[in-house]
Design a protein around this ligand. Sequence first.
Ligand code: HEC
Ligand code: HEC
Ligand code: HEC
Length: 399
Amino acid sequence: MKRRARTLLRRLSWRRRLGTIGAFLALAAIGGFVYAWAGLAPISARSGHWSATAWFLHFAMRQGVETRAAVSVAKPEDVDVADPALALRGAPHFAGGCAPCHGAPGQARSAIARAMTPQPPRLESRIPDWSDEELFWIVQNGIKFSAMPAWPAEHREDEVWSMVAFLRRLPGMTPAEWSRLAGLEEAAPAPVREAALAPGGPEAPGGGTRLRRLVDPPIGEILAESCVRCHGADGLGRGEGAFPKLAGQKEAYLHASLRAYARDARQSGFMRPVAVGLTDAQMRGLAEYYAGLPAGPAGAPVSDAGARALGERVATIGVPERGVPACASCHGPETSPWYPLISGQDERYLALQLEAWRDGDRGGTVFAQVMRMAAERLTDAEIAAVSAWYAAQGAPMRR
Ligand code: HEC
Ligand code: HEC
Ligand code: HEC
């Protein structure tokens, strides 16, 4: 009897204690709400954070990134962050999309970035603190309650890995190397320079009308400030296969692709920020410019005879047993102006696009659906072989 009374009492006192804690928490919540409701929470970015708040936020960010990266990020086997082509692919975007906040070798952070709370840190000394997977997670997802943005295209993990490859090279990078990688020294296209000197003057490819089109609307400036940093003034993608070749491509396809990026019908975190800023007249002018440039030389011949034969068979006959039509039936100089030329295009770029279609991640123009059906039925070996085969072909003559 006595023992039962004692346990009852003990239970009661526990209840009482729990009740007190509950009441305290409820009061704190109400207090917090009243504090916010009355407009007393410190929201000015000018004052910065108290050092305790800054420490806690950074701690929470670190732990959050570590846990999420460990659970959700696996580096694909074919990604090598030491690959120079990957770093080259990330660098020009860093110049436009990251350096204004984080600075770059020899380049300060913008005054606007320095007025943010938390202030975007310079990254050189921070990169070694993070693993590749953690950097991937940060760049892919961004960081809430700070200005750090998510990657502009949700399903382009290959692009995010290029950025990680660039970040890995950032510590110790000299200003000269930075400026070369980011394409800051890519010269303005020759016809643009000529047009600036003598509008309608010396014959550029396409003649006098082309020169006038380049200065009005101001296509030359857009080329010089944006496109050439990645695609080069010659439209050949700066070697190494980091960027697709645009020179000599069909004009209608180039124009339609720019529109597709702007509408997000074709996803790319590199191209979308560029394309959304263009008017339709500018897109037409840019498409005309690149279509009029001479196509580049053919890539290296395919050395493996078996792969060469397979590539040629897929291109010219298709894979009849799986319902894949011959690639050449659509991809050639005489077909629809919206069907791109792929002869002489970079091998890695071709394979990347085919894989993206197979994974359901490559959109495109309104004609892209037919391409998706072809790509979905290709094996890895066929994708590799047909990409290498097309890259090794000389670009066909048009017109
Ligand atoms: C509008 C400004 C802004 C832009 C643009 C921006 N960031 Fe950030 N970034 C931040 C801020 C602010 C933080 C700090 C977040 C924190 O500490 O919670 C940050 C943090 C980071 C970190 C973690 C650094 C560390 O150790 O604290 C990395 C890595 C990073 N950014 C990479 C990038 C890359 C790559 C890009 C371009 C694709 C980019 N950022 C674009 C503002 C920006
Ligand atoms: C920061 C680098 C960067 C800049 C700047 C850039 N591009 Fe691109 N561009 C790329 C990359 C990377 C791709 C391939 C994207 C993909 O996988 O879809 C691409 C693809 C394209 C394509 C599609 C090519 C094809 O064969 O389907 C066109 C057209 C294009 N860019 C035009 C332009 C024009 C015009 C400009 C200037 C206004 C420009 N780009 C600026 C990186 C860039
Ligand atoms: C029925 C017509 C058709 C057939 C057959 C076809 N394609 Fe395409 N392909 C297209 C169209 C249309 C596009 C442009 C898609 C877009 O971005 O809107 C395209 C785009 C591509 C691209 C992307 C080019 C770039 O610059 O981004 C590659 C690579 C490609 N095709 C490879 C192939 C291969 C390899 C085959 C054969 C297995 C093939 N295609 C068969 C119509 C076709």
